[in-house]
Design a protein. Sequence first.
Length: 346
Amino acid sequence: MKPVETISWDDTDQAVHLIDQTRLPGGYRNVRCASVDRLIRAIQRLEVRGAPALGVAGAMGVALAARRIHDKDFLQFSEKLAIEAERLRRARPTAVNLSWGVDRVMARAATGLSVKEVRDLTLSEALSVADDDARTCHILGGVGAAILPEKCTILTHCNAGALACREWGTALGVVRSAVESGKEVRVIACETRPLLQGARLTAWELQRDGIGITVIPDSSAAYLMRQGMVDLVLVGADRVTSDVVFNKIGTYMHAICARHHKIPFYVAAPLSTFDPVRTEDDVEVEQRGREEVASFAGVETVPPGVPVLNYGFDATPLSLVEGIITEKGVLRAPLDWDFISREQKK
Ligand code: MRU
């Protein structure tokens, strides 16, 4: 498998570097984010995206902020750092990993007693967020690979791969680990309207690794299930609350179709994506711009003046989920939230 450096910290120029995912598959370009403003823009434009990668971006964003705030007075420095952290947290609302990554580094920053110490602490914590994510994805991949049949076709939605994480991936991490262990796995990627993360990103990274991949329009998923062409549905998650799994818009309809066709519907997500204190109603679902729906490849596809609705995510009730593949095993409803909260604190 060819490693992908989705997001990294560059010590030489003290900046966050990331693959511009808006250019793939046509172009491979690295973006350098040397300011918090630029990083927030990258998050909002989806140059960097996917829940775990957003966690790393949030974490590195705090380290970046600590380097760009020039106040020598510790109190003023700390106040400004808190403001920058809040701006990062709010860059996108649905994936909990973003605020989780920011909060994890801010908790470490709170133990520092000088500007220099906080700068050092924020960077070392941000780097361990990135390392932990990579390690977690590999463990989770192994857990998921163990429950896959020797030969299967998996339908996935959006991109829950190396590009959505530091490396390896969650749902696609399971696929990679299964292929590595000798299983014969093929993937059907729903294109994922309107921004085509499935067609552009999932297909790009699996083709690069030589894993069998076919892209379909989102609208053909039910028919393929009816034709017996799908053994399992496997997606990532942006937030798991006590009642639902938030993931890319379209996920819910796959879950309903899978249940109708008696096909297991699995979610792969690290514990950092679990939000024990919230329910569906507490979570803001991102609504994105009209232009993403009202045009295609630069051509207008909706008459001017006709409104569009562009929710970025939907919520799938846990009752439709066969299991959530995590680094701590496959969790099944009803979820043991005491266990999850305890493990999250470790
Ligand atoms: O809008 P995006 O591209 O950030 O949405 C990403 C998804 O919905 C992914 O499925 C999810 O973050 C899981 S990534 C491991």
